[in-house]
Design a protein around this ligand. Sequence first.
Ligand code: FRU
Length: 612
Amino acid sequence: MERILTTFLISMAGALMTGAPDAVAGGVEVSHLGVNNTLVRTNGEGRYLMLPVQESSDDAKINVLVDGNIAETIYVRLAKSKIDYTVPFDLSPYKGHDVIMDIISPQGRSSVREAKEDVCWKAFELADTFDISNNEKYRPAYHHTPLYGWMNDPNGMFYKDGTWHLYYQHNPYGSKWQNMNWGHSVSTDLINWTHLPIAIKPNGLGSVFSGSAAVDSANTAGFGNNAVIALYTSAGTSQMQSLASSTDDGVSFSIYPGNPVIALESEARDPKIFRNNDTDEWNMVLAHPLEHEMLIFTSPDLKNWKYRSSFGKGLGAQGGVWECPDLFELPIEGTSDKKWVLICNINPDGPFGGSGTQYFIGDFDGRTFKADTDKDGNIPTKWLDYGKDHYATVTWSDAPARRRTAIGWMSNWQYAADVPTTQFRSANTLPREIGLFRAPDGDIYASSAPAPEVEQLRGCLTSRINKTTIGKKPRTVQLPASNDGICEIVMDIEAYKADAIDLVLSNSSGDKVKMQYDTRKHTLSFDRTESGIVDFSENFPAVTVTPTHEAEGRIQLRIFIDRSSMEVFGNGGRFVMTNLVFPSVPYTILALSSQGGNAKISNLKIFSINTK
Ligand code: FRU
């Protein structure tokens, strides 16, 4: 011990006297300047500086000094006692320059000596590659996920020249929320996504929270015909609305020097812009989260915005912040009438706790949104999805053929940071087409069906039952033999004499997902309390229930399983439940039975999934 101490003191003295670094390895030099301050200088070759992360650590603040000036500030949970994984910091934009990470560690060390024991200091290294092979057990096979790191809200989505652009709230420096950037992916078919470089990075006004983008075909903002204009929230000390423009189809954005374009005295975020063809103006819906309302603005040029009205105080679910709005007009199925839909994501106070997507149906004149009342004169609370894992759902701007295509974040703020994945966290839902229909209760509701492109995922038909009667004794069907936890199941259920029909997915470990169609209450429930790993959060085990919006005791189900997610669509999207599940091994069997009498099942088909 004494020798170690002596050696330590000598090296300390050496460092103090000569200014030499405390450690030189892997192309980096580490110099401790005090209990909470360390410099990591890159002095070798390599595209990435690998940063060692421990998820249970607190964030270190890292000022990235390029030739002595702060070029970026990032927050990273640098490993203290154990390295969970490493994340790459891309040095290529600074090639040829001197790069130093000036690290301000979290408080809590009593001496420099203790601070030096953190395992991260020996693990910083330069590398040319970073493994993104993404083979974690619970990584979805056919849903959009980030290559690595954290993802929450999809945002800024627009369609242009055959390409669907999807941006998302992204932390590239860890699998928990922090450092919000706009990650970017593109697709020509809404299924196969190509990852592109980060599109908008934080600047001096703050990190880049959610927002929207649209093609400015008439050059109203002055950045050129067909420039892509993004409006997002700069979140620094306060939240304000910023503009960025792109003249290369959304690959790179220039942040507008006149930002912020909207600065209010209170928290406001997630601007959703759209061109209103009736008024020939731009509209913006902006969340006023703490007031539980949405603000409506107009603009001739996307830079100058005028406040027009507020909607929502005291209406719908009010027990959480209102976020991520959307507003659009749609025809009501089977009629020539149209209605406006105002989406107000809310967290918490979703239908089963935590996050949820509520919406209002009504009229909009370019200035004010007025919600419809139901037959009792109330403005009802409606949910676009009755699962626990459907949030921040918004739609694409400029989608072709008047489509209203939406995508949501498939998680819930209650436990999103704790789900049992490592290299990445969170996936988006399948793309969905939003429509309007009149339900048997006389009211108008939004439907949310898989986008037609989803059909291309169908692989082989692995099981089929044309017609069968089921009773008390379960009838079992095998899920695809090549099953690695992905498939599509479709079927028609007719109540016939049954009070309830049970659908149970299970595996050899005894994990179960139990769904039940209650033919009397006209509901479908989804019980994931025994679905596999459920103990990472007390909020995860849950039973969710959706109204089926039918009166005749018949439902048509379309269920998508993708390793750790299940999306259950009923009657062409008239009811939907999206729930995460973490089975210890994939579910292999579907068991069907009925209670109170026989029921009829027809057109049951199970498909494997085509993945690239
Ligand atoms: C919704 C949200 C938004 C915000 C973003 C930050 O999930 O809280 O209101 O812009 O996440 O990442």
